[in-house]
Design a protein around this ligand. Structure first.
Ligand SMILES: [Zn+2]
Length: 74
């Protein structure tokens, strides 16, 4: 899929509705990132890291961040 233009400088995109974070480099159709962008209920992180997303209570998406879930990184 193509990376949303507004997030071309970010790797991680959070969904505020479900407190889930996606990796835009690995996002799949199941992530529904396009729908998330359209909903405008998304969040960016600063710094743009999985650790920062976790600090803010976001859990890694099982579709694009399965390894992070296994390792308990978030
Ligand atoms: Zn995802």
């Amino acid at each position: 899929m193509t990376r949303p233009t507004r997030f071309e400088e970010h790797q991680y995109l959070g969904d505020k509705r479900v407190q889930r974070v996606h990796d835009l480099d690995a996002a799949t159709d199941a992530c529904a990132v396009d729908e998330l962008m359209a909903s405008e209920k998304f969040a960016a992180f600063g710094p743009d890291t999985l650790a920062e997303a976790a600090n803010r209570g976001y859990r890694p998406c099982r579709h694009c961040l399965p390894r992070a879930r296994e390792e308990g990184a978030a």
